[in-house]
Write a protein that binds this ligand. Sequence first.
Ligand code: BGC
Length: 378
Amino acid sequence: MSLSLKKATAYTVGLGLVVASLAACSSSSTSSTGTATGGSGGGSGQLIGVFMPTTQLPRWNRDGDELKKDLTADGYKVSVQYADNKNDQQISQIETAINDNAKVLVIASIDGTTLGPTLAKAKAKGIKVIAYDRLILNTPNVDYYDTFDNQKVGTLQGQFIVKQLGLDAGKGPFNFEAFAGSPDDNNAAFFFKGAYDVLKPYVDSGKLVSVSGKWPKTVDDWKQIGILGWGSDKAQAEMENRLNSFYTGGKKVQVVLSPNDSLALGISKALQNAGYTAADFPVLTGQDADQANTVNILNGLQSMTVWKDTRAEAKQAAKMVKEILDNTTVDVNNTTDYNNGVKVVPSFLLAPQVVTKDTVQSILVDSGFWTKKDLGLS
Ligand code: BGC
């Protein structure tokens, strides 16, 4: 992986000492699924702390629920915490779990560059750490990483655009707008790099025209078009701004690179408000197969999503927890690519998959990810 992770240190914010009591944590936690002990799996009620960024983005709710279910079935006591996308709140939640002698921390970080001091405390108590979905940077105290192949997500989005527009058959030029994910999310760099590498030749040859001029000059400049916190509203406002400023006099946008579904939702709304319909909708990418986006795909208001089966990701993390606590070999499939600035973190990468209107049924419904009813199909 050629992307420099060192740059991420620029995001390190000065952390005050966070002294978290259990009471402070529960009052600052906007949403928690609470604690459950269960199962017959032999986990002997050991405490596992699970930390998700926010309940506001659909996928993290499912991740939290699945992790709770799988770990409880293995016999662990599980505490799942959501932090309303507030980094200090997440740190305070993690510190509480350390004070409570959790055995393993499973963390989907909000700002993965800021957890060093907290994880040093975990290390001092022998607590193991799994970075969940997002790599935790600049600390030696992260033991494993469980994620999807993030760069592949972007590659699939780029390849979809090339195929859909017939760029290799010489079609074009097409009016093109690009978006990137949250600048504080390490994954966003990989998503963008995957797509950038595929699309750059077509921008350079003039087949994709960056009408707003916002296509970054180099891949490392992606943060210029990043949407902080992955907010739908912010993406909608940015798309509206571009439409109002650059698409006047009948000029139409024909393709939009969106790194995920929360952004695509806002972008799709902006396009619909500007009068685009399924008949002239631009090619629009996404990621996560969120419910509203899947419905949009069925209605021609988004072209594709890159699906990451979060149930499989949660299962893999639960398996890692068990392997760690059973003192057996932890199953990883990548020991070279994920350097967090201090060390290469042994990783398990799952494979993302493209979903279009034609495959919603066979991929998302048949696998039970969504029911027909969820998608308004019955
Ligand atoms: C995840 C995506 C998600 C995004 C916003 C990323 O780190 O990998 O699945 O869409 O965060 O929550």
